[in-house]
Write a protein that binds this ligand. Structure first.
Ligand code: NAD
Length: 483
């Protein structure tokens, strides 16, 4: 029988029960399976978390950077040792397939290691001075107490890529994970505590949006790093801007894959399917729009349809499953609702009925679907981030028209371009306004050692990951130094 974990919060180094409303965390593949339950954090818990983070800030920033990094390295070993166990918990709690979930936990360990090593690089600059006997230095110091608010869809790796640079550069944190994934948040915090993180340096408060509101409005927050939807991110950013508090937001996406007439079609079909259907389409970088050149459109769509029908949907923990459930009933109803409305304006290419009975009816499953969209009013499948295994397709008659359609979105996170013409690939890099460009690979996917983030409606503030991660978690001081 599956166990139910008690939801607990980490405040000032002590694991404790919350004073807020009861949270019930269910397995999206089988919602009768309760993964975790317990009270969420209250406003008073958030206050205590900030008090602890503030009290710990001085000691932590004065701890030598290499000693801070050593804790991350030990935490990485602990995470790696639990990769399979926590991967199973992730698949059960969030709903991505076991293979993807185990990989995410392993990736989390690598992220911790990467940021630990970053502090061995040069961290400042030295300039000549026009004044005799003077040097000018640029030094970095931590920002202070960071509020971190994270989404459900990468419950381990996204928190890791915020917490690791924040901690290694000397900040303390109050972190709120998404309501649907408290267990994986506890696991990451447990690894850091076991690795020797001092009390109060990381505080974990789980709960609903109200806990996020309390973090954002807290008088003691020095900066907020957020990943989530554009709607919530802009709301949070506006509140913080009114108080002059720095904000970093990685937000929503409506990512297109562009298949040109010189593309390797087998490659394009497979990579579009991977981009669209892995994690049940719930990656910020997932492909949800496809733009295909007329000359290859029929052949491409025949093969994509075949590939879509072949995708095995089922319990995230079952072997051989490619598409697990979406995260909760609300997400399923949102996507199924949009698919129902699409019948009025779009042409179904693969559009199975929702799972109303049978083995997939209990879980939050959505059938992978592909629709051809009209040019005059392509509708919500073209415009809105649905966050499900759904693709809307439009045709173009040139590469330039393709670039224009890829740009036809308020979002600008990621894109994939399939072409064998280097000149067109180079033009795509210049002309498509997104933060991540994949040439001949799926739109989803981000390496940990390079900058990650979107443009336009997909981001606000400095990018994450890679060496640039330190930009948000440090502030510089310019020092005019004379003897
Ligand atoms: P969401 O915006 O609903 O929630 C994100 C986090 O914000 C959660 O912890 C939530 O509880 C909290 N929150 C909600 N309302 C709040 C408020 N008023 N004040 C403060 N905090 C609040 O997003 P989600 O459904 O968890 O995640 C999916 C979204 O995240 C998608 O839009 C996806 O594209 C985006 N995302 C972006 C990236 C990226 O790097 N660009 C990565 C992953 C996910």
């Amino acid at each position: 029988m599956s166990t139910t974990t008690e939801i607990r919060h980490l405040i000032d180094g002590r694991w404790q029960s919350g004073g807020g409303d009861e949270l019930v965390d269910v397995n999206p593949s089988r919602p009768s399976d309760v993964v975790a339950r317990g009270p969420g954090a209250s406003a008073a818990d958030v206050d205590r978390a900030f008090a602890a983070a503030r009290a710990a800030a001085d000691g932590w920033r004065r701890t030598p950077a290499r000693a801070r990094a050593a804790i991350l390295l030990r935490a990485a070993d602990i995470v790696a040792a639990h990769r399979d166990e926590w991967g199973r918990e992730l698949a059960r709690e969030e709903g991505k397939t076991l293979v993807e979930a185990v990989a995410e936990v392993g990736h989390g360990a690598n992220i911790l290691r990467y940021h630990a090593q970053e502090i061995e690089r040069a961290s400042g600059e030295v300039y000549e001075s026009p004044t005799p006997g003077e040097r000018i230095l640029v030094v970095r110091r931590p920002v202070g107490v960071i509020g971190a608010i994270t989404p459900f869809n990468f419950p381990f790796s996204i928190p890791a890529w915020k917490l690791a640079p924040a901690l290694v550069w000397g900040n303390t944190l109050v972190w709120k994970p998404a309501e649907a994934v408290p267990v994986l948040a506890m696991r990451l915090a447990e690894a850091l505590v076991e690795a020797g993180l001092p009390d109060g340096v990381l505080n974990l408060v789980s709960g609903s949006a109200a806990v996020g509101e309390a973090i954002v409005g807290h008088p003691d927050v020095d900066a907020v790093t957020f990943t989530g939807s554009t709607r919530v991110g802009r709301h949070v950013a506006a509140r913080l801007a009114a108080r002059g508090i720095p904000f970093q937001g990685e937000l929503g996406g409506k990512n297109a894959s562009l298949v040109l007439d010189d593309a390797d079609l087998d490659l394009a079909v497979e990579q579009v399917a991977i981009g669209a259907f892995r994690a049940a389409g719930q990656k910020c970088t997932a492909t949800s729009r496809v733009v295909v050149h007329d000359a290859v459109a029929d052949a491409f769509l025949d093969r994509l349809a075949e590939r879509t029908r072949a995708a095995v949907v089922g319990d995230a923990l079952a072997a051989g499953v490619e598409v697990g459930p979406v995260v909760d009933a609300r997400a399923r109803d949102r996507v199924v609702g949009a698919l129902g409305r699409a019948a009025a304006y779009a042409t179904p290419i693969v559009a199975p009925d929702p799972y109303r009975d049978g083995p997939l009816a209990e879980g939050f499953f959505v059938p992978p679907s592909v629709f051809a969209l009209p040019d005059d009013d392509p509708g919500e499948l073209w415009r809105d981030e649905l966050f499900g295994p759904v693709v809307g397709v439009r045709r173009v008659d040139s590469a330039a028209a393709g670039f224009a359609l890829v740009n036809d979105s308020e979002y600008g996170l990621s894109t994939a371009v399939f072409t064998t013409d280097l000149g067109r690939a180079l033009a795509a890099i210049d002309d498509i306004r997104v933060g991540v460009v994949h040439i001949n690979s799926a739109s989803a996917g981000a390496d940990l050692h390079v900058p990650f983030g979107g443009s336009r409606g997909s981001a606000l503030g400095p990018k994450e990951q890679g060496a640039v991660a330190r930009d948000f978690f440090t502030e510089t001081a310019t020092v005019y130094l004379r003897g």
